[in-house]
Design a protein around this ligand. Sequence first.
Ligand code: FAD
Length: 383
Amino acid sequence: MTTTKPTIAVIGAGLGGAAAAALLQRAGYPTQVYEQAPEFSRLGAGIHLGPNVMKVMRRIGIEDELDRMGSHPDYWFSRDGASGEYLSRIPLGDFAKKQYGASYITVHRGDLHALMVDQLDQDRLHFGKRLRTVDDQGDKVMMTFADGSEASADLVIGADGVNSVIREHLLGEEAPIYSGWVAHRAIISAQKLAAYDLDFEACVKWWSEDRHMMVYYVTGDQREYYYVTGVPEPDWHHGTSFVDSSREEMRKAFAGYGDVVQALIDCTEQVTKWPLLERNPLPLWHDNRLVLLGDAAHPMKPHMAQGAAMAIEDAAMLVRCLESVGNAHYSEAFELYRANRFERASRVQQVSHDNTWLRNDEDPAWVFAYDVFDVPLNDPATQ
Ligand code: FAD
């Protein structure tokens, strides 16, 4: 059978690329995925999936599985790191389902990623393919990979993260900005925590003036607890995407925090430290047959827990725009996509940068109630 749909190459099978490819393949686009990693492993990290993302997971067909897999906090609590005083209580749980249209879960990032990658046509998923060059020849795009192989496609989606080769091709070489903050990440066995007479809440962010520790369960059975921090560190000179940290470093960084945080540090077996990178909003998200999404377009500090959420929403909006404009008019579709993502993604980038999200009681509906499939589309001409 012949198809009128363009062939699409997705560069990067991270959370944004996997979402884009899953939705494109379901919509009948011949879509190949090229991922630089030789394989994916279950790195020690968690992730929040708000109702805005779960609505996309519903379309991909994995909402129920994620609901089973994840922890369902009833609240996001913000608390003072030293005194324990509650700064905010943001209702989630059944409230989120009713009010925002889907669950709010926290889950292991590796489990989520594996489930998403499983949804792809495995014959069209290529590991060990690090994109080196793209050449938009007007009627098609040629790609070369570090292993010496080549491929072509009608359209290419750059879902290749903060150091995107497609972004560099469109806008020139420019390193991301080191924000001056790092994140420590550790997974802790809940068994160890049972020795303490303390309440380990399902989703809580401990704050002080210039740093924080976000803590939550990453499995539905609450077997694994996870923390991720934001701590100032003036320079990042390691040249790698993360390094090992230590209990001693954590004790120093969180001296003065209360019993729960000290218990988490005492129970830490392995902790890594990541530089938090950003870019200012980009002047260009697409050109002719190339388009960006996710961290390639708008990397941000993770302090709203919405970076991957924005990548996944981008993916869904991009497919929606391609479907609504028609395949012959991909440039218009890309412009419609940008017009309907730029403002939201830039706002989330800014709030994440400021690290103010849910510190005090506020209404999170503008983030959580958003339905990428249903939101009225802005006209690019009025932007
Ligand atoms: P990535 O996840 O970076 O994926 C890019 C993919 O492209 C990778 O698989 C990479 O190997 C591949 N790639 C790169 N270059 C090439 C190439 N040249 N050729 C082929 N493949 C290539 N977000 C949330 O929504 N909730 C959270 O709770 C959350 N917590 C976070 C905590 C921390 C500490 C950090 C650092 C981030 C957090 N985020 C969170 C943000 C989130 O991780 C990112 O925003 C998200 O992963 C972006 O997805 P992406 O698909 O755009 O990019």
